[in-house]
Design a protein around this ligand. Structure first.
Ligand SMILES: NC(=O)C1=CN([C@@H]2O[C@H](COP(=O)(O)OP(=O)(O)OC[C@H]3O[C@@H](n4cnc5c(N)ncnc54)[C@H](O)[C@@H]3O)[C@@H](O)[C@H]2O)C=CC1
Ligand SMILES: O=C(O)CCC(=O)C(=O)O
Length: 525
């Protein structure tokens, strides 16, 4: 039975789903050394933001097939290391959207009305009404940085509260912004005009310290900043200085450069509200993300695709469903052309033809690479790491599309250039889903792939086929089917034989000695 390690607290509903297919061990708060020690036993790891999945942990996880992040941000997982090792990383892109947006809105209102400080004061037996004079958000300007899922919900609610909305998001269309009632502006204008600034971007090299001393200097003394996205988008020291000096009015932070928050000047400031990364901490969100991610882990352990894999772009279950038979075709052709080319491959050209000549067929390119590398890497290569493995081996992959090519409804043509020359193959699917190889090195044939195959390039002349047949018979190799393809009579021809048995040692060199045989290749599919 598969084994799943749950290393942060997740809702029981997720554990119940995983338990349908696996032994589930919940071990939270493990130090790295302990995790590294036990991870080799597990097929899957499920976590929230508490566990940092480092390269070392991933490399120790030799059985790991999937890492599931019960939340949005995967920045606590070394996705690159996981990808290299062929481990699928999944998340829950929408399960906690509302929770995080409502936390940001709660932070905005708490800042405006000094709710945390007023609460503390009453609990300390004080009744100080003057100290907590607030500000209304109605008719104030909210600057939303990042108009994705969470930013959009914040914008919607803020609009209903009568706020004027500015937004900065270089990847969002004018139409979408207008739909949300936001005016798209540049960052400088957003900084200088906003009474409230709320951050909803991922942490990337572009967003790191997006709010720094220079940005803070552009803001109004009444500006309040809310960060429920990621620590490190704000320079915390610069922020503390700007609030202490009255350059801006305050800030509410849920996320920090270092979590848990260590020594920080922010703790001593009255106009600062701090929460311990609670954006996703609602009962509803935790049920959502636990179900979403546990289902994906269960599916992957059952050999099904994951719906929100962050490191297999384009291979969603519906695409997978449509492409499934073609994925097998692409893999088989990749495997075949790799063996025909032999040696070190330098370039793989994948031409998607007919109905397959669309962007949606991109996973077929990955499947071709997977097939090409399968002889060298066996089960180590998969849809996650195929492209990286090819890149690291110096294999240049060229994709082309030819919608005009209309033999069958769709076909895949691969050509591999290697240290021993160039070879090409084309294949199609018949109506019943059967694979047919329809071309080898430009010679038309029509053979199904089989476990053991022999291909020859020879002169089209009487007697050759009989000689090969006798040689195979002499070694007790049974021929299941045989096909010859030629372009012109008595020119060159390709012979494709499906064999019931593998070719015994030494037979291939005997075959190449037959008069008229130019080349012979044995292939195992
Ligand atoms: N505090 C918490 O517990 C939670 C935090 N989060 C964090 O909230 C953030 C937003 O999450 P979602 O809205 O779900 O993500 P999303 O992917 O739907 O939206 C992110 C938006 O940021 C925009 N963006 C990317 N780079 C940008 C840049 N350089 N400048 C401006 N905009 C940029 C994107 O175009 C996108 O529209 C993420 O960092 C996520 O990890 C999410 C859930 C809970
Ligand atoms: O799991 C959590 O509580 C953190 C959620 C979060 O930050 C995210 O989903 O990006």
């Amino acid at each position: 039975m598969a084994k799943v390690l749950v290393s942060d607290t997740i809702d029981q509903v997720g554990i119940d789903i995983l338990s349908q297919v696996a032994q589930v061990d919940v071990k939270t708060g493990l130090p790295d050394e302990e995790l590294i020690k036990i991870i080799p036993d597990y097929d899957a790891l499920m976590l929230r933001s508490g566990t940092r999945v480092t390269q070392e942990i991933i490399e120790a996880g030799t059985q790991l097939k999937i890492i599931g992040r019960a939340g949005v941000g995967v920045d606590n997982i070394d996705v690159k290391a996981a990808t290299r090792q062929g481990i699928i990383v999944v998340n829950s892109p929408e399960g906690n959207t509302i929770a995080a947006a409502e936390h940001a809105l709660a932070m905005m209102l708490s800042l405006s009305r000094h709710i945390p400080a007023a609460n503390e004061s009453v609990k300390a037996n004080k009744w100080d009404r003057k100290r907590f004079m607030g500000a209304e958000v109605y008719k104030k300007t909210l600057g939303v940085v990042g108009l994705g899922k969470i930013g959009s919900h914040v914008a919607n609610v803020a609009k209903a509260m009568g706020m004027k909305l500015l937004a900065f998001d270089p990847f969002i269309s004018q139409d979408r912004a207008e739909q949300l009632g936001c005016t798209l502006v540049d960052l400088d204008l957003l900084f200088s005009e906003s009474d409230y600034i709320t951050l909803h971007v991922p942490k990337t090299p572009e967003t790191a310290h997006l709010i720094n001393a220079e940005a803070l200097a552009k803001m109004k003394p009444t500006t309040r900043i809310i960060n429920c996205a990621r620590g490190g988008i704000i320079d915390e020291n610069a922020l503390a200085d700007a609030i202490a000096s009255g350059q801006i009015a305050g800030a509410a932070l849920d996320v920090f450069e270092e979590e848990p928050l260590g020594e920080s000047k922010l703790r001593g400031l009255e106009n600062v509200i701090l929460t311990p990364h609670l954006g996703a901490s609602t009962a509803e969100a935790q049920v959502n993300v636990a179900i979403d991610v546990a289902e994906q882990i269960r599916d992957v352990l059952l050999g099904l695709p994951a719906r929100s894999a962050v490191n297999i772009p384009g291979l969603t279950p519906d695409v997978m469903e449509k492409l499934r038979p073609y994925l097998q075709l692409a893999e088989t052709l990749g495997n075949l052309v790799g063996q025909l080319a032999g040696g070190r491959i330098e370039r793989l050209t994948v031409r998607l033809q007919g109905e397959l000549a669309t962007n949606k067929s991109q996973p077929l390119v990955v499947a071709s690479i997977k097939g090409l590398l399968s002889q060298a890497l066996r089960e180590r290569v998969n849809y996650v790491n195929a492209a990286i493995e090819a890149q690291e081996r110096g294999i240049r992959v060229i994709e082309t599309r030819d919608a005009a090519q209309r033999d069958y409804s769709g076909s895949i043509h691969l050509s591999a250039q290697g240290s021993m020359g160039e070879h090409s193959v084309t294949g199609v699917l018949l109506g019943d889903g059967e694979i047919r190889i329809t071309d080898v090195d430009g010679f038309p044939i029509n053979v199904p792939p089989s476990n053991y195959m022999l291909f020859t390039v020879h002169r089209d002349m009487p007697g050759i086929i009989g000689k090969i047949g006798s040689l195979l018979g002499g070694f007790n190799v049974n021929i299941a089917s045989m096909q010859v393809g030629r372009k012109i009579v008595r020119g060159d021809a390709v012979m494709a034989l499906s064999l019931d048995d593998p070719l015994p040692e030494g037979l291939l060199s005997e075959i190449t000695k037959v008069a008229g045989i130019r080349d012979a290749y044995t292939v195992k599919l």
